[in-house]
Design a protein around this ligand. Structure first.
Ligand SMILES: Nc1ncnc2c1ncn2[C@@H]1O[C@H](COP(=O)(O)OP(=O)(O)OP(=O)(O)O)[C@@H](O)[C@H]1O
Length: 551
């Protein structure tokens, strides 16, 4: 089924503005047609020496003009109400689809690119919903009426309308493949340009330090030039198509005039202006339909990309929501024969089994690329293992509803992002209603409020744009405190202490040694951090090579 047809039913979710748009459109089009036809009849009868009552006719025409104007105003409001409402629904569906399917295990596409293209595509659909569906239905109706009426007045007009309508439809149909190709190329260029710009702004410091800013600027300029060339090609194609459409419309007007002139002796004289007016009145809806056909390529390309996102398979299947209590079965975190691969070629984890009991703190160590972070990601259920089971608090993780799992497991990833705001707003991220006591307790455990943290304003400290006003160590402390606010049953620290200064490292080590009921997995390289743990598991090439209390 075509992507546009898949997205059209969304329109049924807002029937009121749709019906209003449709009715107003019909009133506008028929009102305009009625005005022109009324005037033509008036002129015809005057020319034929049988003038109508000018006052009655004037009043009728004035009333039609007012109704048409009011309907135009309402139509504009209703169509935009319809379009923006539908766009909101689509954005929400896209967000849900992306949320379910990201992070992409196989890294098929950059998630930022995907989102940015989808948002641009949704804007394109504004045109479909606000200016296309109802308007095209009405235009087709008015076109059918005008062509039928004019042909009833004189069948000779068929000679004009049939070939011109065929040519009008054939032109954009013939160019539709090129149009889609161009729309796809423009979208790729646009997205790459946007993500290059965003990456450049984010990496400004690194690019400047590497003396790479000029090179980056030239790359962006080259991409812009390529886009400009493609835009010129699109403009040239659209111009040509518009030119052909205008020429066809002009031919229709001339043809109608010629038919009116040639058949005037076979027609009642008062009908001559009417035949010409009604026939040329078909030009406006014909132009509207040709406009739609001209933009169909871009529209189909955008709809296709949106449908692609909506159809993305979920990264994990969420267990159905349940009111059943999930008793903590007391096992902490357990991996049972877990195997996992990112790309189906390399085995990242090979039958990994370990248990971290409540109250235990375990260091997961091993060389770079051994699969440590992958273990943390699977425990957080970013993806499910290809084989084996992960038990969280005694439950198979795949049977736990997502929200429950997030309450049980908290993680501090490598380079955990700190969001713009204050330390408090960052701590409240996953627990908006947490009490001041809980926040302070978490901040204390992570060493934020200690004198050596360098944060005299404590929780009220401003972290700057994405944490830029904090040092690496301070950012790590905020990320650790954020993970502690939910008081998780399972805590995972993935190289979270790597950026800490010795004082903070000592504070975190002390925190790790403190007795608690939490199961804690610490991915670390630092001897001091590893020494603070009860046990060490060593991973190499995705396999456990050591699980020991001493190392
Ligand atoms: N999203 C991904 N797509 C494909 N391969 C990945 C992905 N993430 C990690 N890998 C690969 O999986 C392997 C294990 O990576 P992982 O990050 O788990 O290692 P690690 O032990 O945590 O390493 P480090 O100590 O350097 O952080 C590596 O070879 C890595 O290149």
């Amino acid at each position: 089924m075509s992507a546009v047809r898949r997205l059209l039913p969304v329109i049924a979710s807002r029937p009121r503005p749709l019906i209003e748009t449709l009715i107003c459109n019909i009133v506008v089009q028929l009102g305009t047609l009625g005005l022109a036809a009324g005037l033509a009849l008036l002129i015809g009868r005057t020319l034929a020496g049988d003038p109508a009552d000018i006052y009655v006719a004037g009043a009728l025409l004035a009333a039609a003009a007012v109704v048409t104007a009011l309907a135009t105003w309402r139509e504009s409001m209703a169509s935009h109400d319809l379009a923006y409402g539908l766009i909101g629904i689509l954005r929400d569906r896209i967000f849900t689809a992306l949320r379910r399917s990201l992070p992409d295990r196989r890294r098929r596409r950059h998630s930022g690119d995907l989102t940015s293209t989808a948002l641009a595509d949704v804007e394109t659909l504004e045109w479909l919903y606000a200016h296309t569906v109802a308007q095209t239905l009405t235009a087709a109706l008015v076109l059918a009426i005008t062509v039928t009426v004019s042909v009833l007045i004189t069948p000779w007009l068929l000679l004009i309308w049939v070939p011109l309508l065929v040519a009008g439809v054939a032109t954009p149909w013939l160019t539709s493949r090129v149009a889609r190709r161009q729309a796809a190329a423009l979208a790729v260029d646009g997205v790459t340009l946007r993500s290059d710009m965003i990456d450049t702004v984010h990496g400004l410091r690194e690019l400047r330090a590497a003396n790479a800013l000029d090179r980056r600027r030239r790359q962006i300029a080259a991409r812009t030039a390529s886009m400009t060339r493609m835009q010129a090609k699109v403009a040239s194609r659209l111009g040509l198509e518009r030119g052909i459409a205008d020429a066809l419309l002009a031919l229709a007007a001339l043809g109608s005039l010629a038919v009116a002139a040639l058949t005037h002796d076979t027609l009642a004289p008062e009908l001559v202006p009417l035949a010409f007016t009604v026939s040329t009145a078909a030009l406006a809806p014909a132009a509207q339909i040709s406009d739609l056909l001209r933009n169909a390529g871009t529209l189909r390309e955008s709809a296709h990309r949106i449908v692609e996102i909506l159809d993305r398979p979920p990264a994990t299947r969420d267990a159905p929501p349940s009111d059943e209590p999930f008793p903590d079965l007391g096992t902490g975190l357990e991996f049972r024969d877990v195997s996992f691969t990112y790309d189906e070629r390399t085995t990242t984890l090979d039958r990994v089994s370990f248990t971290i009991r409540p109250g235990e703190t375990v260091a997961l160590v091993g060389p770079s690329g051994a699969g440590k972070t992958t273990c943390a990601r699977l425990a957080l259920r970013l993806w499910d293992p290809d084989d084996g089971t992960i038990l969280v608090a005694g439950h198979d993780a795949t049977t736990l509803p997502d929200t429950r799992l997030r309450e049980l497991v908290s993680a501090v990833p490598q380079d955990a992002p700190v969001l713009t705001g204050t330390i408090e707003s960052n701590l409240r991220l996953g627990a908006p209603t947490a009490s001041a006591h809980i926040l302070e307790d978490a901040a204390k455990q992570a060493g934020i409020v200690s004198p050596d943290a360098g944060l005299p304003r404590g929780l009220a400290s401003d972290v700057g744009e994405r944490g830029a006003a904090l040092s690496g160590g301070q950012r790590a402390r905020v990320a650790i405190a954020r993970a502690l606010v939910n008081r998780p049953a399972i805590l995972i620290l993935d190289e979270a202490t790597a950026a800490l200064d010795p004082e903070a490292d000592a504070a975190i080590s002390a925190f790790l040694r403190r007795p608690s009921t939490r199961a804690t997995l610490v991915i670390a390289h630092r001897p001091a951090t590893i020494a603070a743990c009860d046990r060490t598991i060593q991973l190499r090439d995705g396999r456990i090579v050591l699980d020991d209390h001493t190392m």
